[in-house]
Every structure is written in structure tokens, then in C-alpha cells.
Design a binder for this molecule. Structure first.
Ligand code: GLY
Length: 325
């Protein structure tokens, strides 16, 4: 995480864009075998890695997402490429460029656009394989109660989806997210990391009435986050309320924890980081970072132009807030 922050900060400090910095931070995390994204992702029911990723540009509202991709080394790079097409809009024949692609179609599209491809086995690690074998055994035991061991999957079934939110020198904000999805998911399952309005959101300054700009990136149980369109919901309250902490706390209680649409779930898991600031012309002020989660733990890091090095943190079940004036 330290390196993800550091490399993104290097891009921003040399005048690079928020989108490029977001892509870089997430690529570093995808290449880290310890995260559930890119290399080292959870395996699906058939023992393959299938990744989801998306990225959004706050200044233009452009978005790109890929889902259930098995052969793209860094899914966030393919998502960024799709975003570029979405930002350009329809071509000469009026053909609408895709905003989101899945599976084989996404892989073929990416492979002819210089996106780095790989074999699925290159994304599998000894750890992810061992976890897969444990979970498959548990699943078999669950389906055959005679041999049920009643084992608690504990933290090992949790998702280590990765994400980033970056703000550049021109006051553009971007956010992105990447995930291998839940362990032993069914092939073709689409997680929140690929879905518009769910896994990440960035915006503000292209909507005239707003004076805040904001971006967020989420993790948790994909189906719950998608049903609550949580990224868009977090963004909306962030740009509509001065008191970020109170408005987000209210949103999470009403819209996530007590949401009737999620009433069948005993455990409701989400975690996110959001960055918000005021933008007047291109001047940025009142930068705030808020991290909240209902997952048992959450790791995050941040870096600003006032820090000499990134600040990483791993925290257990509480809300953390940092304010910069
Ligand atoms: N947060 C990962 C997923 O549920 O797909």
C-alpha cells in the first residue's frame, strides 16, 4: 500500500492526471499477490481467477468497467481504456463506445489495444490455490451434512478488494476499484467493483450547483453494495452536506445497515475511503479523507503534498477521519 501511494503521488507531483495516478496505485495493488485483485485473487468455483475493475473521472463523468476477465494482467488498465472511449463519445458512424465489457469480449477488446494480457495461471498463487481447496472442501461438507465439520471460514473468506481516489494539481478527482470477487464465486458472477454507481464514484465539478468535489472507492459484499448503489449514494451525501462525518454516518445507518433490501443478510459488509474538498475555480480547500467500514478490518493509506511520505494504516471496526484545512 505504501508503494501504491508513493507511485501515485510521484505521478501527481510531476503534474500527472488523477486518472493516471489512480490507475497506477491500483495496478501496484493488483500486482501484489497479497491482495484480492489481479495476481493472488480469489479463485472461482472452477478454480480460475475472474477479475472485476472500474474507474471514473470526476471532471467528465466518464466511466470504464470490466468484469469476469481471466486473462488481463491489470484489469484496471482495461477499465481505464474503456473510460477513454466513453469520454470521447460516439465516433463518426454514431457508434456508441462501450462503457463496460465482460468476459471473453472484454479480453479480446483489450488484447488489440495494447493492454497486457496473461495466462490465467499467472494470476494464481500458492496461497489462493490452498484457500480455494479449503473452501471447496468446506462447500462439499456443507452440501453433505454427514461430513459437516461446522468450520467457521473466519477472516480468510473476506474480500481484499483494492481501490484508490486521487486528486491532481488541476483539481480533477478520479477513483477506481479492482477485485477478484468473493471466494468460490460462480463463474460469470459480477461484483460491485465493475458496476456503475457501486464500486467507485467521482464527480462534483461538472455539476454546476455543486461546490464540493468528491470521490470514493468501496469494498465489501458485492451484492449488498450493488443493491444500495453505495458509491453513488456516498458521493451524493458528500457533495450535498457540509458535515461529511454526520451525513455519511446517517447514510450508512439508514441506507445500508437498516436497508430493507438487505434484510435477508445477517452480516452487512462494506468498507470505503472517500476524499472530498471544496473547489473554487481551480483552487482546492478543506480537503477531507473519511474511511468507514463494517468489515472486521480495513487497511488504507494516504499521501498529500504536505506529507513527506505516505501514511499507511490498518484499523479494526471503527470510523477514522482526517481533516486538512
Ligand atoms: N468486494 C468484492 C466482491 O464482492 O465482488
Amino acid at each position: 500500500m505504501f508503494r501504491a501511494c508513493d507511485e501515485a503521488a510521484n505521478i501527481l507531483q510531476s503534474g500527472g492526471s488523477a486518472l493516471d495516478a489512480t490507475q497506477k496505485a491500483i495496478s501496484v495493488l493488483e500486482d501484489d499477490p497479497n491482495t484480492n485483485a489481479g495476481v493472488g485473487s480469489n479463485l472461482n468455483r472452477e478454480g480460475d481467477v475472474e477479475c472485476d475493475a472500474s474507474i471514473m473521472c470526476g471532471s467528465t463523468g466518464a466511466f470504464g468497467g470490466v468484469s469476469a476477465v481471466k486473462r488481463i494482467k491489470n484489469p484496471i488498465c482495461a477499465a481505464h481504456k474503456l473510460l477513454e472511449g466513453d469520454r470521447e463519445g460516439p465516433g463518426k458512424l454514431g457508434l456508441v463506445p462501450p462503457m463496460m465489457l465482460v468476459g471473453r469480449g472484454a479480453e479480446e477488446w483489450a488484447s488489440i489495444r495494447s493492454i497486457k494480457m496473461c495466462d490465467n495461471t499467472e494470476l494464481i498463487t500458492d496461497t489462493s490455490k490452498a484457500q480455494y481447496e479449503t473452501f471447496i472442501k468446506m462447500l462439499e461438507e456443507e452440501q453433505n451434512p454427514t461430513f459437516s465439520s461446522q468450520k467457521d471460514p473466519g477472516e480468510s473468506l473476506l474480500n481484499d478488494t483494492v481501490g484508490a481516489v486521487c486528486l491532481d494539481i488541476n483539481g480533477n478527482i478520479a477513483s477506481g476499484v479492482s477485485s477478484g470477487g468473493v471466494a468460490i464465486k460462480l463463474p460469470g458472477r459480477v461484483g460491485e467493483a465493475a458496476i456503475y454507481g457501486s464500486g467507485c464514484w467521482a464527480g462534483g465539478d461538472y455539476v454546476d450547483m455543486d461546490h464540493y468535489i468528491s470521490g470514493c472507492s468501496l469494498t465489501g459484499t458485492g451484492e449488498q453494495i450493488t443493491k444500495t448503489l453505495l458509491a453513488k449514494s456516498i458521493f451524493d451525501v458528500s457533495v450535498q452536506n457540509d458535515d461529511l462525518y454526520t451525513s455519511i454516518s446517517r447514510l450508512l445507518t439508514k441506507h445500508f445497515i437498516n436497508n430493507r433490501a438487505l434484510s435477508k443478510y445477517t452480516d452487512k459488509y462494506m468498507g470505503f475511503g472517500t476524499v472530498r474538498c471544496k473547489k473554487t475555480d481551480s483552487r482546492i480547500s478543506e480537503l477531507e479523507i473519511l474511511v468507514a467500514y463494517s468489515t472486521p478490518s480495513m487497511a488504507y493509506g494516504y499521501m498529500t503534498d504536505r506529507l513527506s511520505k505516505p501514511k499507511p494504516a490498518k484499523v479494526q471496526r471503527k470510523i477514522q477521519k482526517t481533516r486538512y484545512q
